[in-house]
Design a protein around this ligand. Structure first.
Ligand code: NA7
Length: 534
């Protein structure tokens, strides 16, 4: 659809974003419900996070088994993932295949950013304005804008003086840059940084890792897609999906129920060793013992084990000490094969940029703690304005002229991660206060819930409101749940601490997906308690 046709469009549903959540929202509302739907994406193609994140080494660290949709049973049973943890091109290929099979692209405006939207009280419609100034109206808006999509890259002074290239990992160029023989710096050691570091160490001239905070990293355990899982899904796809959704984090394993403190030292070491061998960060944190992110004592048993591995693998004790975190294992758990081995290479230098901060660019590189490091390329792997960033980028005005920025000035508020009081008919896929889980199956579940509500509203006047009391109860439950974890006291994007000036707050339902499903099913069966649908 061209821009001319876009201006003045009247829709039942506008879907913002065509990543995992947006594509399914488009499929469900258009293909299944027969509504008049158009989707919009800033990107030049589908895929959301998988469209933008093309950096070297980018792959899922959830088993591909559960990094998939289940709505298309044929694809769910028969899609041949080549690896246990699919690489970015394969995930993007899968999402394109889904979009093509269901003819979704004809209803998507790519390269189209929604800049603002406002609720029109009089006729119960949203007016959406694109960055180019086109205006469309829709009865319902489904925002599927991504929780980790609003890219964050700090500006170091004198960028214009630097003669080399600065690449942002989450906006990686489509044409792969040639980094062989280059002097490359990677800023950041989160999930993105560790994937880039392990992928590039053997391929570039010299790699400088600019680490501000060391992180606990375990192996990922890459390998071919496990045949036994494929057979399990084929035998009972719905059963497999329902089982995955009954677990806490929807990572394809059952969370442990035994405390790390309730077993002998010998047993604990056996469990950690087996988890290290098998790989996967979430499994190491949640499948081993029940209380690693909950208590300092249990947490220490895990960090002592990983520290032992760092000391064993990294030959230079000074480097090993720099790589050893001084805080809890309570950020988003990281996994990459061979991460610590990288630091035994002659062409890799680790810099502690907390002790010796990055001061500014120079013509030849970066000034770090008073020393100039000469570089050809600087890669920013500095993260995202998570959960709230992309919602707040759209200037959103709800009932009575209320701005979303105002409503969220002290941190986000939502009901079940899916709706906001005073913003009628504005529905979110995986908004703030959603469960802390892997994404695709949970997106699908939320889209089903939201679109069932739309179907209900369509029987009446077509209005879905969120009650303030229900929203604030939900926020309180989430805050209490988060307060009981070490995630809250460990700085990271999980609590907003990674973005200067962002309110530090809880943004998650920590009760696990199984409980979320039970809770939300109860809400639905109780006539959508907390919503006012008319
Ligand atoms: P993360 O996990 O937020 O990591 C960002 C990294 O960038 C982290 O190491 C930061 O250090 C570092 N950073 C940020 N700003 C700076 C400055 N100014 N100087 C030096 N270093 C800095 O983002 P990722 O993209 O790796 O991962 C985000 C999620 O996306 C990931 O968990 C997946 O779920 C997908 P800090 O720790 O703040 O000291």
């Amino acid at each position: 659809m061209n821009d001319k046709a876009l201006n003045g469009l009247e829709l039942d549903v506008a879907v913002i974003g065509t990543g995992v959540g947006g594509l399914y929202a488009l499929y469900r509302t258009r293909n299944e419900m027969g509504l008049n739907v158009q989707a919009f994406d800033d990107a030049g193609g589908v895929g959301g996070t998988w469209y933008w994140n093309r950096y070297p080494g980018c792959r899922v660290d959830t088993e591909s088994t559960v990094y998939t949709y289940s709505f298309d049973l044929d694809m769910f049973q028969n899609w041949e993932w080549s690896e246990r943890y699919a690489r970015q091109p394969e995930v993007l290929g899968y999402l394109n295949a889904v979009a093509d099979k269901h003819d979704l692209k004809r209803s998507i405006n790519f390269n189209t950013r929604i800049a603002s939207m406002a609720w029109d009280e009089d006729d119960g419609r949203w007016t959406l304005t694109t960055a180019k100034g086109d205006v469309v109206r829709a009865k319902y808006v489904i925002e599927a804008v991504g929780l980790l999509s609003s890219s964050y890259a700090p500006e170091f002074p004198d960028r214009d003086k630097f003669k080399g290239d600065v690449l942002v990992a989450s906006r990686w160029p489509e044409e792969e840059p040639d980094l062989s023989d280059k002097r490359v710096a990677v800023v950041g050691t989160g999930s993105t940084g560790i994937q880039i570091i392990t992928a590039l160490a053997g391929k570039v001239g010299h790699l400088h890792v600019l680490q501000r905070t060391a992180q606990w990293v375990v192996p990922l355990g890459v390998g071919p897609f496990p045949k036994e899982t494929r057979e399990k899904i084929k035998a009972d796809p719905r059963g497999f999906r329902d089982w995955a959704l009954s677990t806490g984090a929807v990572f394809g394993f059952e969370e442990a129920t035994t405390s790390a403190l309730d077993v002998s030292e010998e047993e604990r070491q056996r469990v950690y060793e087996a988890a290290w061998e098998k790989g996967n960060g979430f499994a190491f944190m949640l499948e081993t013992f029940s209380d690693i992110p909950a208590t300092a004592e249990a947490n220490k048993t895990a960090t002592d084990f990983i520290k032992g591995k760092i000391d064993q693998i990294v030959k230079d004790p000074k480097v090993a000490a720099m790589l050893t975190p001084s805080d809890y294992y309570a950020r988003r758990p990281l996994a990459a094969d061979g991460y610590y081995d990288v630091y035994n290479r002659d062409n890799v230098t680790l810099h502690d940029v907390k002790a010796q901060p990055i001061e500014r660019f120079t013509e030849k590189g970066l000034m770090i703690g008073g020393t100039e490091v000469e570089l050809d390329v600087v890669i920013m792997a500095t993260g995202f304005d998570a959960m709230t960033g992309n919602y707040l980028k759209i200037d959103t005005t709800g009932r009575g002229g209320k701005k979303l920025r105002q409503a969220w000035s002290d941190g986000p508020h939502s009901y079940a991660g899916m709706s906001i009081a005073d913003f009628p008919n504005l529905l979110m896929v995986f908004g703030p206060f959603s469960p802390f889980t892997s994404q695709p199956l949970v997106h699908e579940w939320q889209v089903d819930f939201l679109t069932d509500m739309i179907a209900r509203a369509e029987e009446g006047d077509g209005i879905i409101e969120t009650r303030h009391e229900a929203q604030e109860d939900w926020v309180r439950i989430c805050q209490e749940g988060m307060a009981g974890t070490l995630f809250q006291v460990t700085d990271s994007w999980i609590n907003g601490a990674n973005i200067p000036g962002k309110p530090r707050t809880s943004m998650w339902y920590m009760g696990g997906m199984g409980n979320y499903v039970k809770e939300m099913t109860g809400i639905r069966d109780d006539n959508y308690r907390g919503f006012d649908i008319r």
